[in-house]
Design a protein around this ligand. Structure first.
Ligand SMILES: [Zn+2]
Length: 254
């Protein structure tokens, strides 16, 4: 599910010519060598958006090669996590990392895709490194329990308060007109949520397998395992909103 692969970004420069790596990627020796070769100066920071296996596992190898400080947030004890990830300390929401003159990264906690997900805003260029919070060319997977649809939509809403010029996602190309892109993402999720509610009203009480083909009538059947996780995420959000309830594996509108 990584599309064309994971993007690794080098951010920095200026008089000190020091660099931060955002998302070193999977533990792949050739990739680490490529990052080292691409760095125009010493790498002082390794920043991680979250600890899924395609984003953080190269951190130890890159740290061994550079002596850089690894920063991010510890992996939660759920599936698909880089449990070996070790940050020097957990980054706080709102904290600023001064990479150099005119190069400041502000940490924005964006739970949803992952509970420990951070975006990094390059304030001087209004460019937001979004990791898997916003991807280009594909929909972000929200897989409970660590994935949380309610938190995801709240995190998107918080970004709508920011002055942004570019999104630099963890997968795909740079995204222009960020606020338009974020609005479309929110609309897409709310449209799906409306389909879930209508399925609950027509079919409920029903198990998730019965709701699935109705809510995801626009996706091919081979995508159903992924779609089912998203459906569960929507149902849990609706339950938290007081609009759905579950009894003995059967869901219905509240
Ligand atoms: Zn991820």
């Amino acid at each position: 599910m990584t599309g064309p692969g994971t993007n690794t970004y080098l951010v920095g420069g200026g008089a000190r010519n020091e660099w931060a790596v955002i998302d070193p990627g999977p533990d792949d020796a050739a990739h680490v060598q490529a990052v080292l070769a691409a760095a125009p100066g010493p790498i002082r920071w390794i920043l991680v958006t979250h600890t899924h296996m395609d984003h953080s596992p190269a951190a130890p190898a890159l740290q061994a090669a550079t002596g850089a400080t690894v920063l991010g947030r510890a992996a939660p004890a759920t599936q698909w996590q880089d449990t070996g990830f070790a940050a020097a300390r957990d980054l706080q929401h709102g904290e600023r990392i001064a990479i150099g003159d005119d190069c400041t990264l502000r940490v924005i906690h964006t739970p949803g895709h992952a509970s420990n997900h951070l975006c990094y805003l390059l304030e001087e260029e209004k460019t937001l490194f979004t990791g898997d919070h916003v991807m280009q060319g594909s929909t972000v997977v929200i897989a409970p329990p660590d994935g949380d649809m309610r938190a995801y939509l709240e995190s998107l809403a918080a970004l709508q308060e920011e002055d942004l010029e570019w999104l630099a996602p963890g997968h795909g190309f740079l995204i222009a007109r960020p606020q338009e892109a974020i609005r479309l993402l929110v609309r897409h999720r709310l449209h799906r949520e409306a389909k879930v509610l209508s399925a609950l009203r027509d079919l409920g009480p029903a198990p998730i397998e019965v709701l699935l083909p109705r809510v995801y009538d626009d996706v091919p059947e081979r995508m159903y395992p992924v779609a089912q996780r998203s459906l569960l995420a929507h149902l849990l959000k609706l339950a938290a909103d007081g609009k759905a309830l579950e009894t003995g594996g059967h869901w219905q509108a509240a």
